[in-house]
Design a protein around this ligand. Structure first.
Ligand code: NAD
Length: 482
């Protein structure tokens, strides 16, 4: 029986943001890993040394372990047979009803069932609704596999895109939902290099907030509790964001500064400062779908979780409010040149799924604006959704997005967006109007530097902007355009 640090043979099914990071990190802590995907081009790219997503530390881990402890394949059958533990990390997108679409999980479970030839621990890594564990078990049994040959467990993933590798290797906690000791022991041995602290003493280990004297704790739970922990965690974080956005709207109306208010709230140790950043609303591949799925799960078990409907409503309205703010600064949209900084749903990632920035850009283009956008990592993914054309240009340099623009929008929080050279920016823009959806600048500094500066939840913004005053701010001296 395995409980101590031992090399475990692992298959990770799905090589996306979670699967690929998990696979690379399992190899990093000493296991033999086969990473499976049914997207042949992605697997070919991974085998050839490519890195399909933008994630700090991932390229170095992949090059360290590829071809040694880490392999890539499309062959789920062979990977299943070679593995002691099989982590399912495929997508669980939102269906039309708001529930999680579990068809990818179902397909993978059936294929695993058809390949099982010895005892396997099957691990839900994807975010799934409560009872999914039961369903996977039934699917496998229906395929003729006897109960003794497998266990289904839940090990939800809490990593954040942009800091995924550090989050995985320096986790706040490792939640293991299991019904049997045998499966629990295998999972514990997989995470042992982290939970005993040894990994943090290895030369070249990925640095992060946890050290060998402060390893991540393991929380052993039932499978249902583990499933609910993941959904409830994301729903709570989304609630915190919508809450602070609603408070920002109160601040805006009352003439207070949300940044001061958020600091004051966050200093309460019962609340904490994280996720109290007002902005354009949450997005990404997780929060929108997980809030909807959790609300749906609650409904299925007879609980009206109306709070989550409000969370979603505030989030939708936040994007709408920001759009109105842009309108209030520009008066009309047709043929206006808008510079955009940020396309991904947040800084540090290339993920544009459910990005509020994309939503805003699409609306601007639909209203007849000419958008020039810059994002350090997400432009290529964005081009698949909003192809380049006369009204949508992508540039490779930050100030090129601002060149001759009637206004500049800041839509996500890459570090470089908070470090703009203000005099260069002022010179580059046609009109020095900056509309900041992430509150990266101090309004006073921006005003002193000659900008009309609008942000979220800060003084003066409750008043409709005087469109004439906002638009007829001094132009660059050499501007010869009509
Ligand atoms: P993703 O879309 O980036 O990756 C999913 C991968 O699974 C894709 O590469 C796809 O080709 C592959 N796949 C689909 N069906 C397959 C099959 N039958 N066989 C093999 N491969 C298959 O998704 P993601 O962002 O990595 O999310 C995966 C799961 O993890 C979701 O449930 C998500 O909610 C959860 N999660 C995501 C994050 C995050 O930040 N992205 C964080 C925690 C949890």
């Amino acid at each position: 029986m395995k409980t101590q640090a031992q090399t475990v043979s692992i298959a990770v099914v799905g090589s996306g943001y979670v699967g690929l990071v998990a696979a690379a990190c399992f190899a990093e802590i000493g296991h033999r890993v086969i990473c499976v995907d049914n997207d042949e081009s992605k697997v070919r790219m991974l085998q050839a040394g490519g890195v399909p997503i933008h994630e700090e530390h991932l390229p170095e881990l992949l090059s360290r372990h590829r071809g040694d402890r880490l392999e890539f394949t499309t062959d789920l059958r062979a990977a299943t047979q070679a593995a002691e533990a099989i982590f399912i990390a495929v997508g669980t997108p939102q269906s039309q009803t708001g529930s999680a679409d579990l068809s990818y999980v179902d397909a993978v479970a059936s294929e695993i069932a058809r390949s099982i030839d010895s005892y396997k621990v099957i691990v839900e890594k994807s975010t799934v609704p409560v009872y999914t564990n039961e369903w996977i078990r039934r699917v496998i049994e229906r395929n003729g596999v006897s109960k003794e040959l497998f266990d289904v467990t839940s090990n939800p993933e809490f990593l954040r895109e942009g800091t995924a590798v550090v989050d995985f290797l320096h986790a706040d906690r490792i939640v293991l939902g299991t019904a049997t000791e045998r499966a629990g022991n295998l999972l514990k041995s997989i995470y042992h290099p982290l939970t005993c602290g040894d990994y943090y003493n290895v030369p070249g280990s990925v640095p992060g907030p946890r050290e060998s004297n402060d390893p991540p704790p393991i929380l052993l739970t039932s499978t249902k509790a583990a499933e609910i922990i993941k959904h409830a965690s994301n729903a709570f974080l989304a609630t915190k964001i919508s809450f602070i956005n609603a408070v920002a709207n109160v601040c805006e109306a009352a003439g207070a500064d949300i940044e001061e208010v958020a600091r004051g709230i966050g200093m309460d140790s019962r609340i904490g400062p994280k996720f109290l950043r007002a902005g354009v609303g949450y997005g990404g591949s997780c929060f929108p779908k997980d809030v909807a799925a959790f609300r749906n799960v609650a409904e299925q078990v007879g609980v009206d979780f109306g709070l989550l409907r409000e969370v979603e409503k505030i989030n939708d309205e936040q994007k709408q409010r920001f759009f109105q703010k842009i309108r209030s600064a520009l008066w009309t949209f047709r043929a206006k040149k808008i510079g955009v900084l940020g396309l991904a749903f947040k800084g540090g990632t290339d993920d544009v799924r459910e990005s509020p920035a994309l939503d805003i850009v699409k609306r601007l283009v639909a209203e007849g604006c000419i958008v020039t956008a810059y994002d350090p990592a997400a432009a290529d993914r964005c081009k698949e959704l909003i192809p380049p054309g006369p009204c949508m240009r992508y540039v490779d340099e930050l100030y090129a997005a601002a060149q001759d623009a009637d206004a500049l929008l800041i839509l996500n929080d890459w570090e470089e967006f908070a470090e703009l050279d203000l005099s260069k920016l002022h010179y580059t823009l046609r009109y020095p109007i900056v509309i900041d959806g992430r509150n990266l600048y101090d309004p006073e500094t921006m005003t002193k530097n000659g900008f009309t500066y609008l942000s979220v939840g800060r003084p003066g913004l409750s008043q409709p902007i005087d469109p004439v005053a906002a638009f007829f701010v001094p132009r660059r001296r050499d501007d010869t355009r009509a």
